[in-house]
Design a protein around this ligand. Structure first.
Ligand code: AP5
Ligand code: MG
Length: 215
C-alpha cells in the first residue's frame, strides 16, 4: 500500500504516519525527518538545506526528489509506505508519478488532513520528540505518561525543532498555501484524494484514516 498524508505544518502527518507504521508495517517516509538527519550529520544535502529549513522555506525540488528516489528503492519499501511531507510542489508530485510508474507501482490514496490553521501554531509550539527513538509528544495534548520519560523507549532527553517558533511557523503555513495546496486538484483529478478531519482527537483521526484504507 502506498499512501500520501498531505496537510499543513502541524496537521498531524508524522503522528499518524508513525501509527500506520506500527499498525500496518508500512514505512514512514518523512522528507522533513530525512532532511533534519542530513543537517545533523553535516552532509552536502544537509549543508544546503539547513538555512532554508530554518527560514521555513522549501528545500529545492531536485534535492527532495533525489532523496525519495533513493529511499523508495530500498528493500523495506516493498512492504508499502506512507509519504509524509512529500510531495510538496506540483513538480514533486509529477516526479513521484514518474518514478512510481518506473517501478510499476501506483498510489492507493492521498489523504488530506483538514485542519484549522489558526490552531496549528499552538500545536507545533508545544511539540517535542524523544531524542533517542523519535516518539512525538505535546505539552498539552500528548504528554509522556511519566513526566520526562519516553513512553516507548524510556529515554529522558527530548528535542524541540528550531523551525517551530511562531514566526517561522507562519512562513511554513504561507509556503503550504503557495506551493503545496496547488497539488490537491492534481490528485483530485486522479480520483484518489480523500479527506479526514485533522481537528479531531488523535485516535479519532487514526480511525478515519483506517476507514479509508479499509475501503
Ligand atoms: P516537515 O518536517 O515535513 O514539517 P511540516 O510539514 O511543516 O509538518 P510538521 O512535521 O510540522 O507537522 P506534522 O503534520 O507532521 O504534525 P505532527 O504529527 O508532528 O518539513 C520541515 C521542513 O523541511 C520544511 O519546512 C521544508 O523546509 C523541508 N521539507 C520537508 N519536506 C520537503 C519537501 N518535500 N520539499 C521541500 N522541502 C521540504 O503533529 C504536530 C503536533 O500536534 C504534535 O505535537 C502532535 O502530538 C500534535 N497533534 C497531532 N495530531 C493531533 C490531533 N489530532 N489533536 C491534537 N494534537 C495533535
Ligand atoms: Mg512531521
Amino acid at each position: 500500500m502506498k499512501i500520501i498524508l498531505l496537510g499543513p505544518p502541524g496537521a498531524g502527518k508524522g503522528t499518524q504516519a508513525k501509527r500506520l507504521e506500527e499498525a500496518r508495517g508500512l514505512i514512514q517516509l518523512s522528507t522533513g525527518d530525512m532532511l533534519r538527519a542530513a543537517v545533523k550529520a553535516g552532509t552536502p544535502v544537509g549543508l544546503k538545506a539547513k538555512a532554508v529549513m530554518a527560514e521555513g522555506k522549501l528545500v529545492s525540488d531536485e534535492i527532495v526528489i533525489d532523496i525519495i528516489r533513493d529511499r523508495i528503492q530500498q528493500p523495506d519499501c516493498i512492504k508499502g509506505f506512507i509519504l509524509d511531507g512529500f510531495p510538496r510542489t506540483v513538480p514533486q508530485a509529477e516526479a513521484l508519478d514518474k518514478m512510481l510508474g518506473e517501478f510499476g507501482w501506483k498510489l492507493d490514496s492521498v489523504i488530506e488532513m483538514v485542519v484549522d490553521e489558526a490552531v496549528m501554531v499552538e500545536r507545533v509550539a508545544g511539540r517535542f520528540t524523544c531524542a533517542k527513538c523519535g516518539q512525538g509528544y505535546h505539552d498539552s495534548f500528548k504528554k509522556p505518561a511519566k513526566d520526562g520519560v519516553c513512553d516507548v523507549c524510556g529515554g529522558t532527553e527530548f528535542i524541540r525543532r528550531e523551525d517551530d517558533r511562531a514566526e517561522t511557523m507562519q512562513k511554513r503555513l504561507a509556503e503550504f498555501h503557495a506551493q503545496t495546496a496547488p497539488i490537491l486538484p492534481y490528485y483530485k483529478s486522479k480520483g484518489i484524494l480523500r479527506h479526514v478531519d485533522g481537528m479531531a482527537a488523535i485516535d479519532d483521526v487514526t480511525r478515519q484514516i483506517e476507514a479509508i484504507l479499509a475501503e
